[in-house]
Design a protein around this ligand. Structure first.
Ligand code: BGC
Length: 514
């Protein structure tokens, strides 16, 4: 089944047009929506480890932490209260993405981005000026709502704006901004941690206003996507926009296909009921499994806990922070590899290569920790050993950064037909946020119980997800977004869920040119 199980997407329509400077610019501006998510992913871990922050807002946590003298490195002090504070953002984003899906469909993609930027800005202001835990949590909830709106609308915006041949590349600018946001946050924490007087955490939290301002102002200037304009009855504006972003007047064919997709979309009053239909089983499954698997790679364990992990293997506080920054740099650079290759090699190749790379690294890391720390969790390990461990973690991070990181956002945003695209993306965001929350919440307890086996645990999941991609994910590179139904229809497993008269938005199926 394997070889024939996927469809080579390179053989559907190829609309005229090129990669214009205009589309490139709009996509880069829209992608800045990733900065707010990235900044938050990167800033929280550092801030919650700053003593003045703990003393002010979580004094009981601070007292327990300083009193903790256990030498078992697997079971260091862990506070559910503190992780719950960090995770509240992801829960807020989860809920917000459903509201965003409604607005994105009814008011346009740009509207949701703007709303996301403004709400995130308000959250940053509340957090930076926080006087008590109440303000801190209210701020985090606003930040979460902002992230929910941005992550729901930006990937869809990018996938709709891009010409099919460059969709992977342009969509991945979102992930690039996420990784840049994480890196900037790591560097900011590095600097603010040194501020004497104990108010560095305020600077870290308040600086979130900068990416928020970039997104807010940027989205004011963005045009909406032709798909969304047609869907909301602005046909002329859509045609003009399509000409402008494709750099040619010869857009009739693509325009007609967008109108057909929109007519289908208008018949659907209840996207949530529709998405459950049998013919969308494939897309629904992928929209749920991809973000679930993305979090089960274990990447966020590294993102959230790298400094803790490095301290555990014997680095001093500064060396641990440096190592975290190195990982951040690797994360950014490796994302470019994906951007450069995704529309040539395809999504499947990157998924499978990245997955294999992560699998091997996890086995090595688990084994290296097992050899030194055994089950007691006590060890004194040589410097070269710790450095080798950091290197292997870098190879792991690179594997994620050119596969599950960017593809985790790209693939769900490009597989749905227009009428349920917004709803589908909300599902992806909420599953992603739910498991980001779950992993953040459970990691320290899992490390304490599973010990080095935690790395084997994630390795098993990566093995399973490679199987999922190999057998169940068709190739979507170069396939026009409103033609995607053909890909599912042709798939040897998913095809059986789609009846002949209901595929491709009700249009007669195109015959691939081969
Ligand atoms: C994921 C995040 C992760 C980040 C790392 C994103 O695609 O959704 O959970 O922290 O990549 O770069």
């Amino acid at each position: 089944m394997a070889g024939g199980a996927h469809f080579d997407g390179g053989t559907t329509k190829d609309y005229p047009g090129k990669l214009t400077g205009f589309v490139l610019l709009t996509c880069i501006v829209a992608a800045t929506g990733g900065l707010i998510f990235g900044y938050d992913l990167g800033i929280s871990g550092g801030v919650t480890s700053m003593n003045p922050f703990l003393k002010k807002f979580f004094p009981s946590v601070y007292r327990k932490e300083t009193a903790d003298t256990s030498t078992n490195q697997y079971c260091k002090f862990d506070s559910q209260l503190l992780t719950a504070f960090t995770s509240s953002l992801y829960l807020a984003a989860l809920v917000a993405s459903f509201f965003a899906s409604y607005l994105t469909r009814k008011m346009g993609r740009k509207f949701s981005m703007l709303a996301g930027g403004i709400i995130f800005f308000a959250g940053a202001a509340l957090n930076g000026g926080a006087k008590d835990v109440g303000m801190l949590i209210a701020g985090r909830i606003l930040l979460g709502i902002g992230v929910g709106f941005a992550n729901q609308s930006v990937p869809v915006y990018l996938s709709e704006m891009a010409p099919a041949r460059y969709r992977g590349m342009l969509n991945m600018s979102f992930q690039l901004m996420i990784t840049i946001g994480i890196l900037i946050a790591n560097l900011v924490n590095f600097g603010t941690n040194k501020i004497a007087g104990g108010w560095g955490w305020r600077v870290s939290l308040a600086l979130a206003a900068i990416p928020a301002a970039i997104v807010t102002v940027g989205s004011l200037f963005l045009p909406d996507t032709p798909n969304s304009l047609i869907d909301r009855g602005h046909d002329d504006a859509a045609l003009n926009m399509l000409r402008r972003i494709r750099g040619t007047n010869d857009v009739e064919e693509e325009y007609k296909d967008l109108v057909v997709a929109s007519n289908e979309s208008k018949k659907i009053k209840h996207p949530w009921a529709n998405i459950l239909k049998r013919k969308y089983r494939a897309q629904l499954t992928v929209a749920i499994m991809i973000p679930f698997f993305q979090q089960l790679t274990g990447m966020n364990v590294i993102m959230f806990y790298a400094p803790v992990l490095f301290k555990t293997v014997g680095f001093g506080a500064n060396a641990s922070l440096y190592s975290a920054v190195i990982i951040g740099v690797v994360n950014v650079i490796a994302t470019f590899v994906s951007i450069a290759t995704v529309d040539r090699f395809g999504r499947r190749t990157l998924f499978l290569e990245g997955g294999t790379q992560m699998f091997i690294c996890q086995l090595i890391v688990g084994t290296m920790i097992a050899i030194k720390f055994g089950t007691t969790g006590e060890a004194d390990i040589p410097k070269w050993y710790a450095i080798l461990l950091v290197l292997i973690i870098c190879v792991y991070v690179a594997g994620f950064a050119w596969s599950w990181g960017p593809l985790g956002w790209l693939v769900p945003s490009e597989i749905f037909p227009l009428e349920i695209r917004s709803a589908g993306q909300a599902i992806t965001v909420s599953v992603n946020m739910f498991f980001t929350f779950g992993i953040a919440q459970a990691f320290l307890a899992m490390l304490c119980h599973l010990k080095f086996g935690l790395f084997y645990f994630f390795a098993v999941w990566v093995f399973i997800m490679n199987g999922f991609i190999y057998y169940l994910l068709p190739e979507t590179k170069n396939v026009p977004i409103e033609d995607m139904a053909i890909v599912w229809k042709k798939h040897s497993f998913w095809g059986r869920f789609i009846d002949d008269d209901q595929d491709n938005n009700g249009k007669p199926p195109h015959t691939p040119e081969v």
